[in-house]
Design a protein. Structure first.
Length: 302
């Protein structure tokens, strides 16, 4: 319908132009009758109509600047059209454009969510993993020299010494003995005993074992209370117990042995003391047997 209206408008416009040309050029005399003039116009219109029909197959473009349906001639009151940037590339449909933007935005959101999820997972792993601080190894002594480390000095054995109390007496067999008979020892075992004392007689075998165990490191001497009255019995007990010869036994009432007896007077038998280079130890009252070894070892060196 729009095309028909445009065509009619063009026909009318052409007719007016023809009339104006005819009047100007004198092709139609002024006194020509109205009927002949009308016929002439109709012929021109028919010719124009045929020419227009021949071009109907391709409709002419409609100019946006022609408000009356006539095409504006270039250069006459019109400005050349300028192409306006449409933003997106030509030929891209709005739906496709929005879809691409949607996919792009969706990809960005997924990537953001993925990064957020990985950060959350990493934080949870860091929280769940126990904080293990690194263990510091002890200094292996790198850079140290033998001058920095003091040499290991082996402990020296206890010093040997002569029995510190002078005496002169007879042993059970009548042999003369004195402090030098005991020799140089690290510790001296000194005991007061009697044949009438069951605990004293009972521990004699263990005292013989102590004498063999410590060898020449410990000297043994015993003061017999009933030397005069029970000498034979004393010899029998000593021999049956295996007491070695270097375990010296003398009369407790020998005047020269009074200093030694004073060390042992406690009112009880047996009473024992241990003498080392540091001096006389405490009185050990009662029978210890092999238990004396614990006290002896405290005074001996390695």
């Amino acid at each position: 319908m729009v095309m028909a209206v445009k065509r009619s408008v063009r026909i009318v416009a052409v007719a007016l132009v023809v009339l104006m040309l005819v009047s100007a050029c004198g092709e139609v005399p002024l006194n020509t009758s109205a009927g002949s003039t009308t016929r002439y116009v109709e012929d021109k219109l028919s010719l124009l109509s045929q020419e227009e029909s021949a071009h109907d197959t391709v409709p002419p473009p409609v100019s946006t600047t022609d408000t009356m349906g006539l095409e504006s001639e270039p250069g006459v009151g019109s400005e050349p059209e300028t192409e306006t940037e449409s933003g997106p590339e030509s030929g891209a449909e709005p739906g496709q454009q929005s879809g691409a933007e949607s996919e792009s935005n969706s990809g960005v959101e997924q990537e953001t969510e993925s990064e957020s999820g990985s950060e959350t997972e990493q934080e949870s792993m860091e929280e769940s993993e126990p904080v293990v601080e690194p263990v510091q190894e002890p200094d292996s002594g790198a850079g140290s020299t033998s001058e920095d480390t003091p040499p290991v000095i082996a402990p020296e054995p206890s010093p040997r010494f002569i029995f510190p109390y002078w005496f002169t007496a007879m042993d059970l067999y009548g042999n003369p003995v004195n402090e030098r008979t005991l020799g140089e020892r690290e510790v001296f075992f000194v005991q007061y005993w009697g044949t009438w004392c069951p605990p004293c007689v009972g521990e004699m075998p263990e005292l013989a074992e102590l004498a063999r165990m410590y060898g020449d490191r410990v000297g043994f001497i015993a003061l017999l209370d009933d030397y005069d009255s029970n000498l034979d019995r004393a010899i029998q007990i000593v021999e049956s117990s295996g007491i070695p010869n270097r375990f010296i036994m003398i009369d407790a009432h020998e005047p020269s042995a009074s200093q030694i007896l004073n060390l042992l007077k406690s009112g009880y038998v047996p009473t024992t003391v241990l003498i080392s280079a540091d001096g006389v130890g405490d009185q050990l009252i009662g029978s210890y047997g092999l238990g004396f070894a614990r006290e002896i070892d405290k005074l001996l060196g390695p």
